[in-house]
Write a new protein. Structure first.
Length: 191
């Protein structure tokens, strides 16, 4: 078996290629990682999260973005969060307005292959974003949400819940996120 040469890209090379790509890839320290498709449950949870947040943010200076909006951190690593919220004026890397630099809230819905990554090294990359105030990790297969909140001293506080009657308070964006509602089971609905 022969091995192919390992090609490293600069951030600018990655971004130029990504803008023409037919599939999404994330970029970390010169390496490009193809993203796989999401399951039906994953997509429904993401849709419910976006709908719930959008409804509450409609009359405010905040925007909710789905997973096609790229986020870049100060080290020029690029990611596609499942849900991104920006309060205030969104800032982008350039006039293409397809790569955010100032998310307020990021939400990742766990897939079978991503729990360690989303909780570990990906969260470490996100924490480098000075604008980021809250990070949610939502389990796909069971009702469980990990809610990370940046404290005034820069530390992150973790609160975890699997109580379907719980309502998370997202302080940075002024929203309430119920784990479930009697008529729509947010975000754990398959409707």
């Amino acid at each position: 078996m022969s091995s192919l040469p390992h090609i490293r890209l600069t951030p600018d090379e990655y971004l130029a290629a990504e803008r023409w790509a037919t599939h999404k890839s994330e970029y970390i320290a010169g390496e490009v990682f193809a993203m796989s498709g999401a399951s039906e449950a994953h997509n429904l949870i993401v849709a419910n999260l976006i709908a719930t947040l959008h409804q509450q943010l409609r009359q405010r200076d905040c925007r909710v973005y789905p997973s096609d909006m790229r986020v870049v951190n100060p080290e020029k690593n690029f990611f596609y969060p499942d849900v991104t919220v920006v309060c205030g004026a969104p800032r982008f890397t350039d006039d293409r307005r397809d790569t955010l630099t100032n998310p307020t809230l990021i939400i990742e819905v766990l897939s079978d292959s991503t729990p360690d990554y989303d909780r570990g090294s990906k969260f470490a990359q996100y924490r480098r974003l000075a604008s980021l105030q809250e990070y949610l990790v939502v389990a796909q297969t069971a009702p469980c949400v990990e809610h990370h909140t940046r404290q005034a001293d820069g530390r992150w506080l973790l609160q975890e819940t699997s109580d379907l009657t719980a309502v998370l308070t997202l302080t940075s964006i002024g929203c309430q996120l119920p784990l479930a509602e009697p008529d729509s089971s947010l975000p754990y609905s398959t409707r």
